[in-house]
Design a protein around this ligand. Structure first.
Ligand SMILES: Cc1cc2nc3c(=O)[nH]c(=O)nc-3n(C[C@H](O)[C@H](O)[C@H](O)COP(=O)(O)OP(=O)(O)OC[C@H]3O[C@@H](n4cnc5c(N)ncnc54)[C@H](O)[C@@H]3O)c2cc1C
Ligand SMILES: NC(=O)C1=CN([C@@H]2O[C@H](COP(=O)(O)OP(=O)(O)OC[C@H]3O[C@@H](n4cnc5c(N)ncnc54)[C@H](O)[C@@H]3O)[C@@H](O)[C@H]2O)C=CC1
Length: 443
C-alpha cells in the first residue's frame, strides 16, 4: 500500500489529506508542529476587532475527523529533516522523542513565514506578527489593557489594513506605516486605494506612507519606533510586511522559484517526482501572467492541496492555474480584485490597457441601490482580460469578481465582455450592465 506523509496540516495539508483519504485506500501520516488544526487566520481581524463573538468558528476541522478516515495524526511534532534518498522523515515529538516515518510519497505543506523588518530592536517585547492563532490570542489580550494605547502596524497590505481596523474598533490609537505611498499597493491601483486611504483616515487611522521604520526603541518592551521622518511612542507593534515561503526542509534538495518557493508543475509535483508541494510553500501557475509566480492565499492552498491529493490517489488531474483573486472589507468599504492591476501588470512586463466605470448596480428609480466602481485591465495586443478591480461603499458586489476570474482563466477578451448576455431585472440590474458598458467603451 502506498504510504504518504504530509508535513504541515493547515489549509493545504488538510486539503491534500482529505483528497487522498476520500479517493483511495492509501496509508496517510500527517505531521504538524502546532496543537491545533485548520486555523482560519483570515478571521483573526474579525475576532480581535470584536466583529464576531468567538474564535471557535475559525477552526473548521480537527484531528479526530482525519483519524476517523484512517489517517495517523502526529500533532506537536516538528519535522527536523528529511532523508530524500532513503525516503524517511525525521521529527521530534512533544516529549522530545525522535520519530521516524518512511514514505512512498511526500507532501510538503509547510506554508509561509512572516517577513521580519531587519531593523535594530526587533527582539523587544510587544513586537509581534499576526499569523498564528497564539499571536491572535496575544494581540487580543493586549488590546484589553488600557495602558496599551498606541498601536503601530507596519505594512499596509492585507493583514496591516485589517489589523488597523481591528485595533481602531478596540478604541486604540492606530498608526499605519507602509514603505510605499498608499495602502494595498500590490492588489489595487490608486483609483481604488485613494478611496480606501480616505476611509481609513476618516475612521481616525493615522497614515504614515513612504515611511520606513529604521529602529524599534525600548528597554524591555518596545516604547518608540523611529522612521526617517519622526519618532513615535508605541505600546505594541504588529509587523505585516508580507510572507516568504517556508522552504527550510527541502531548499537544498528541490528546485526553487526566485523567492525560494518550491517550484511545482501543474500536478503540484516538485523536481523530485515523489515529493509534492502545496499552499504557501509552493509556486502557482498564473493564468494572467501565463507563467509561474508566487501568491500566498488560503484559496490557493486549498486548491493546490486537492490537486496534489488527487494525483497521489491515482487521479492525475492538472491545476487550472490561479488568478490570485482576493477581497477586503474595511468599515463597510468593500474592494475585490483578481489578476493584475495596471501598476502590478507593469511590474510583470505585461503591456495593458484598461477601461473604468462608476455606476449603480440597479436603475436609478430603485429605492435601494449599490454604488459600483469597476476597472477592467486587458492585454494591449491580445485584448484578453488580465485583471479586474471593483469596489462599493454600500453593497456586497463581490460575486462579479468570480466572473472576471473565469474570464482570465479562459482568456476571454474585453470585446467579448461587451456583448456578454447579462440579464435585466430592476431588482438586480440595469438594462445595460456596468460590465457591458465599460467593455463597450474600451479603447
Ligand atoms: C492574518 C491573516 C489573514 C489572512 N486572510 C486571508 C484571507 O482572507 N484570504 C486568503 O485567501 N488568505 C488569507 N491569508 C493567507 C492564508 O492564511 C495563507 O495563504 C494560508 O494559511 C496558507 O495555508 P498553508 O496550509 O499553505 O500554510 P500555513 O497556514 O502557513 O500552514 C503551514 C503549516 O505547516 C506547519 N509546519 C511548518 N513547518 C513544519 C515542520 N517542520 N514540522 C511540522 N509542521 C510544520 C505549520 O505549523 C503550519 O500549521 C491570511 C493570512 C493571515 C496571517
Ligand atoms: N483578504 C485577504 O485575501 C488576505 C490575504 N492575506 C495574504 O497573506 C499574505 C501576507 O499578507 P501581508 O503580510 O499583509 O502582505 P502584503 O503583501 O499584502 O502586504 C505587505 C505590505 O508591506 C509593505 N512593506 C514591505 N516591506 C516593508 C517595510 N520594510 N516597511 C514597511 N512596509 C513594507 C508592502 O508595500 C505591502 O503594502 C499575502 O499574500 C496576503 O495576500 C492576508 C490577509 C488577508
Amino acid at each position: 500500500m502506498t504510504k504518504t506523509v504530509i508535513i504541515g496540516t493547515n489549509h493545504a495539508g488538510l486539503a491534500a489529506a482529505n483528497a487522498i483519504l476520500d479517493n483511495s485506500e492509501q496509508e496517510v501520516v500527517m505531521i504538524e508542529r502546532n496543537e491545533n488544526f485548520s486555523y482560519l487566520s483570515c478571521g483573526t481581524a474579525l475576532w480581535v476587532g470584536h466583529q464576531i463573538d468567538s474564535v471557535d468558528g475559525l477552526f473548521y476541522t480537527n484531528r479526530e475527523d482525519f483519524e476517523a478516515k484512517g489517517a495517523k495524526v502526529r500533532t506537536q511534532t516538528i519535522v527536523d529533516n528529511i532523508d530524500f534518498e532513503g525516503k524517511i522523515v525525521h521529527a521530534t515529538d512533544q516529549q522530545g522523542d525522535k520519530v521516524e516515518e518512511s514514505y512512498d510519497k511526500l507532501v510538503l505543506a509547510t506554508g509561509s513565514i512572516p517577513i521580519s523588518p531587519k531593523v535594530p530592536g526587533r527582539e523587544l517585547k510587544n513586537i509581534t506578527f499576526m499569523k498564528k492563532y497564539e499571536e491572535g490570542q496575544n494581540i487580543d489580550q493586549m488590546f484589553e489593557h488600557e495602558d496599551v494605547k498606541n498601536i503601530a502596524v507596519i505594512g499596509a497590505g492585507y493583514i496591516g489594513v485589517e489589523m488597523a481596523e481591528a485595533a481602531k474598533r478596540r478604541g486604540k490609537n492606530v498608526l499605519l506605516f507602509d514603505a510605499l505611498d498608499r495602502c494595498l499597493p500590490s492588489y489595487y491601483d490608486p483609483w481604488f486605494t485613494d478611496d480606501m486611504d480616505k476611509n481609513l483616515a476618516d475612521h481616525g487611522i493615522e497614515l504614515h506612507y513612504g515611511e520606513l521604520v529604521k529602529e524599534y526603541k525600548g528597554s524591555d518592551k518596545v516604547e518608540q519606533i523611529v522612521t526617517e521622518k519622526g519618532d513615535y511612542d508605541v505600546d505594541l507593534v504588529i509587523n505585516a510586511i508580507g510572507f516568504s515561503p517556508n522552504n527550510q526542509l527541502a531548499k537544498d534538495h528541490l528546485e526553487l522559484f526566485a523567492n525560494g518557493a518550491y517550484l511545482v508543475d501543474r500536478h503540484q509535483q516538485t523536481s523530485d517526482p515523489d515529493v509534492y508541494a502545496v499552499g504557501d510553500c509552493a509556486t502557482v501557475y498564473s493564468n494572467a501572467l501565463q507563467g509561474t509566480t508566487y501568491i500566498a492565499l488560503a484559496s490557493n492552498a486549498l486548491r493546490t492541496g486537492i490537486v496534489a491529493g488527487e494525483n497521489i490517489a491515482g487521479n492525475p488531474i492538472e491545476s487550472p492555474g490561479v488568478q490570485g483573486s482576493n477581497g477586503i472589507s474595511i468599515f463597510g468599504h468593500h474592494m475585490v480584485s483578481t489578476g493584475y492591476s495596471v501598476e502590478s501588470a507593469a511590474k510583470f512586463n505585461l503591456d495593458v490597457k484598461y477601461t473604468d466605470i462608476e455606476d449603480t448596480q440597479k436603475p436609478e428609480f430603485m429605492k435601494e441601490n449599490a454604488d459600483v466602481k469597476l476597472r477592467m485591465v486587458y492585454e494591449a495586443s491580445s485584448r484578453r482580460i488580465v485583471g479586474a478591480q471593483m469596489s462599493s461603499t454600500t453593497s456586497d458586489i463581490s460575486m462579479a469578481i468570480h466572473m472576471f476570474s473565469l474570464a482570465i482563466e479562459r482568456q476571454v477578451t474585453i470585446d467579448e465582455l461587451g456583448m456578454l448576455d447579462i440579464f435585466f431585472l430592476p431588482h438586480f440590474n440595469q438594462p445595460y450592465n456596468y460590465i457591458n458598458k465599460a467593455a463597450l467603451a474600451a479603447e
